[in-house]
Design a protein around this ligand. Structure first.
Ligand code: LFR
Length: 493
């Protein structure tokens, strides 16, 4: 039985058709499209209608395949949303989570509600772009939007609404707003009240795996398709990626590696301790009653933006060229803390890295190769640091690390990660989010019995490459240096 997964990342989206033949998944990319956010003045926004257009193109391509999908699911990055008026029409272009307007908002909110209270109510890490702070920023800059708003829908909810006409929210992604209470299992009305945000715009929250409507008439008419069911899958892309981790054991650590690096473990219950808050870990909703105890690491974003800076200067490097240039550079020359807030907004990363080096008494890297080496080594060492914190917080010792997502195409990064953590890395699948999106659909359709069967099928269907650790003493020494030079990390504390 085939299913269709739309997986939208921060830089590209894809429509993947999955076929389950007895116990093997065949995945085919039927449509891929860029996701280019648009800067207008000093605001940074998603081109949501273009994304919806591309979703329709994906549906048209599915028509050309030998069998129509039995169902459809949409996942995307988290935290961003659209506001709709009482008639269900979009009031605004959703803002990009890297839009500068949220700067300083979190700190202002803390004057009204102490961070300890926000964390105990939501279990979510403090990131300046969480939906809660975006909403407060809208309240300050464009209050009429909230006065007019009839509903709030996260990006995948919104696209699903365009497809089906049904307005419902989905659990895994709802948790990332930092407005959802995982213990009370609902939107936190008290937080909303304290912030003077309207509570009537929030929709009921479905668990992943619930049928959430069918293609509406206007869509079936326009595209010449039957009324295919649309499921609420694990609509946060990271939740879908974690669902697809091909783990053998219940206790496992993962690193979902794309624009962001998300590292953590799956837990049965949110960890709402003081320690979790101090370390700024999050408890995002997972599939089938689980939670994702994890931490955001800035990830390959820094490399993507550096590449873009060189492009703007007129030099176009491919990722493999950049990685090869990095491999030719001397090891451990300069480290950054990838989670330093200076690396969050879009902009000139090579310059920011050089400034960071100067600020921390290191020799600033000059060539693209040296800069990329610095980024990749620093990421691998930061992974080691966050893995240790994950172990401490969850009281587990992991035998190795599962890496999923497009970042695993960077083989040196996988190898250096294994070296840095001194444990094997199991890399695969690269299309983790799409696989997890499909798995939830197949479970709902009765084709797979549960998430553990899905993980076993994923393990058998995709290559999982093993990277054994090497040069461990050298990396151990480098880890000491990394900690010295990057100490005082604000996100970690
Ligand atoms: C990864 C991701 C992260 C989330 C970030 C912003 O694609 O969904 O989990 O923190 O994007 O939404």
């Amino acid at each position: 039985m085939s299913v269709l997964a739309f997986d939208l990342g921060a830089s590209s989206g894809r429509a993947m058709l999955g076929r389950l033949n007895s116990r093997t998944i065949e995945m085919k990319e039927i449509h891929r499209f860029p996701n280019d956010p648009v800067r207008v003045g000093d605001r940074f926004q998603w081109d949501i209608l273009r994304l919806y257009h591309e979703i329709k193109q994906g549906l048209l391509r599915a028509k050309g395949e030998q069998e129509l999908p039995a169902s459809i699911g949409v996942d995307s990055w988290a935290v961003d949303f659209g506001l709709l008026d009482a008639r269900g029409e979009l009031l605004m272009n959703p803002y990009h989570y890297r839009d500068p307007a949220t700067e300083g908002v979190m700190e202002r909110v803390f004057r009204e509600i102490p961070p300890a209270e926000i964390f105990s109510r939501t279990g979510i890490q403090f990131l300046p772009f969480n939906s809660i702070y975006q909403l407060v920023s809208i309240q300050q800059l464009r209050p009429f939007l909230l006065q007019e708003a009839g509903s709030f829908l996260m990006i995948p909810d919104l696209l699903r609404y365009f497809l089906t006409g049904e307005m419902v929210s989905e659990f895994t992604n709802a948790t990332t707003t930092q407005l959802y209470n995982p213990v009370a299992r609902g939107w936190d009305d008290e937080l909303l009240r304290k912030l003077h945000l309207p509570s009537n715009i929030f929709q009921s929250v479905l668990q992943p795996g619930t049928m959430a409507g069918k293609l509406r008439e206007s869509v079936t008419g326009e595209l010449g398709l039957p009324s295919i069911p649309v499921y609420a899958v694990a609509e946060h892309d990271t939740a879908s990626a974690v669902a697809a981790v091909p783990a053998l054991e219940r206790s496992f650590a993962y690193l979902s590696c794309g624009t962001w690096s998300l590292m953590g473990t799956e837990v049965e219950r949110p960890v709402l301790t003081e320690r979790a808050r101090e370390l700024n870990f999050t408890n995002e909703g997972g599939v089938y009653g689980t939670f994702r105890l994890l931490k955001n690491i800035m990830g390959l974003w820094i490399l993507q933006e550096a590449k873009r800076s060189w492009e703007l200067e007129g030099v176009l490097y491919s990722y493999s060229e950049l990685v090869m240039m990095a491999e030719a550079e001397p090891a451990f020359a300069c480290f950054i803390d990838p989670d330093d807030p200076v690396f969050l907004p879009a902009g000139d990363m090579p310059k920011r890295i050089r400034e960071y080096a100067a600020r921390t008494n290191q020799k600033p890297p000059q060539t693209p190769g040296a800069i990329v080496r610095c980024i990749m080594e620093s990421l691998a060492l930061r992974y080691r640091q966050v893995l240790e914190l994950t172990e401490a917080l969850s009281g587990q010792a992991f035998k190795g690390l599962h890496m999923v997502g497009g970042g695993i195409h960077n083989e040196s990064l996988c190898q250096w990660t294994a070296n840095a953590i001194g444990k094997p890395v199991w890399a695969g699948p690269a299309e983790g989010s799409a696989a997890g999106n499909m798995a939830v659909q197949w479970i709902s359709l009765g084709e797979l019995s549960d998430i553990w069967e899905a993980r076993a099928v994923i393990r058998d269907s995709f290559e999982v490459r093993v990277y054994e650790p090497a040069d461990v003493p050298l990396w151990e020494e480098a880890y000491g240096l990394f900690k010295q030079r990057t100490g005082g990390n604000t996100i970690q504390q």
